[in-house]
Design a protein around this ligand. Structure first.
Ligand code: SAM
Length: 381
């Protein structure tokens, strides 16, 4: 008998040049069998489907400076690329709490950490919105964390795994239901949002969240087509129709489509509200001398982070902050186009600053629990 393991199954061949199903197309989804294909995809500057390439990893490590025995919170665990590197530097004795609001992806990432040898004493996966981070820090729920963290990392937005999966409805490369929820169990989908949103509010969102110059006409068409924009292709078609004859270049239309998708994603997930809550809670979560690094991808995120860090510096909560967002170098930008829009901002908490979370002191612990996001918090490990 052979001990070569289970027989290798051929992947289902897709017919024609335009496969309809994601699962039929990408060899990269099975990296064990198609390692060479994964390498080829990466060499041409693309991200393998179903994977995620972490951005500015060396710079994040430099800023957070993890040490053995420290405690870290990765507020956006995702594929776990940053966390894996942080944890390695925190051993022995370190502990990392990985938060994600995506119930499916966090399970897969947790399994990867267990396989890498990290048990509950060093890695705790927590399914929660980082808007509620103060509950995790303050009362020791979701894995027994009491007190503060030496490091907090947030790599904002969505992962390639989420974008690449048409069922999640984040992109129009393949048609899929217009969903866009990072946590499909929480709140209305993008299609549902479009059923009720007022034209004027949608117009402001397109302007505020994505600086869309054609916000008015896009908002008008999307509200006129109310009830018929149910899939990612419906949304793309509606934006293209709105701009037909108004703008010259296909490139401008493509950018408008991308900005419309980004706007709806931000709205559906309450991304800016969650970021505001995280920024407000950070001083209470960090130990004195603790470090925070936040990767931003658009001006709406950046301006909030900058303002909060600047206020913290002026108020004595932070002892130093980044003056400029750290950007990826040309090599990383070529190898991972998503890194082109990334800016890394950081702050260091003053060594003599206290540990107050939105008016609640760790020492007295008298305030009742609040969930800023309204979502449940689940320790899944
Ligand atoms: C860009 S990915 C993080 C990738 C990760 N740094 C890595 O190296 O693999 C962002 C992740 O954060 C999660 N996320 C975004 N907003 C969140 C929030 N408010 N609370 C918790 N998780 C969030 C998304 O579901 C996604 O998995």
């Amino acid at each position: 008998m052979s001990d070569a393991g289970p027989p290798h199954k051929r992947r289902v061949r897709y017919k024609g040049t335009h496969p309809r199903a994601f699962s039929e197309k990408y060899k990269e989804l099975d990296p064990d069998h198609y390692a060479a294909d994964v390498e080829k995809v990466m060499a041409r500057g693309a991200t393998p489907a179903g994977g995620h390439r972490s951005i500015l990893v060396a710079e994040v490590l430099d800023i957070l400076a993890p040490k053995p025995g420290e405690v870290a919170i990765d507020a956006t665990l995702g594929h776990g690329g940053h966390s894996m590197e942080l944890l390695a530097a925190m051993m022995p004795g370190g502990k990392l709490y990985g938060l994600d609001r995506d119930p499916a992806e966090i399970l897969k990432t947790e399994a990867r950490f267990r396989q890498a040898g990290y048990d509950q004493s060093s890695f705790v996966a927590v399914h929660m919105n980082f808007a509620d981070i103060s509950l995790l820090c303050a009362d020791g729920r979701s894995g027994g964390m009491v007190g503060g963290a030496d490091m907090v990392l947030a790599d904002l937005g969505v992962s390639s795994m989420q974008i690449d999966d048409p069922v999640r409805g984040f992109a129009f490369k393949f048609d899929g239901p217009l969903d866009m929820r990072m946590d499909p169990g929480s709140g209305p989908s993008a299609a549902e949002l479009l059923l009720s949103i007022r034209e004027i509010d949608l117009c402001s969102m397109l302007d505020d969240y994505s600086d869309e110059p054609e916000a008015r006409i896009i908002a008008r068409v999307l509200t006129q087509r109310r009830g018929t924009v149910r899939t990612t292709r419906d949304l793309r078609d509606a934006v293209e129709y709105a701009l037909e004859g108004r703008v010259e270049s296909d490139d401008i239309i493509k950018k408008a489509v991308r900005r419309t998708f980004q706007t709806l994603r931000i709205a559906v997930n309450g991304e800016l509200e969650a970021l505001d809550a995280l920024l407000a809670a950070l001083p209470g979560c960090l130990n004195p001398g603790g470090r925070v690094a936040i990767l931003c991808f658009h001006s709406g995120e950046e301006s909030r982070v900058q303002r909060s860090f600047q206020d913290g510096l002026e108020g004595g909560v932070y002892s130093s902050i980044s003056e400029e967002g750290v950007r990826a170098g040309p090599e990383e930008r070529y190898g991972n186009p998503r890194s082109s829009s990334a800016r890394l901002w950081w702050a260091r908490k003053s060594a003599d600053a206290g540990m107050t979370v939105q008016g609640r002191s760790f020492a007295t612990g008298t305030e009742t629990e609040r969930s800023a996001s309204g979502s449940p918090i689940t320790g899944i490990s």
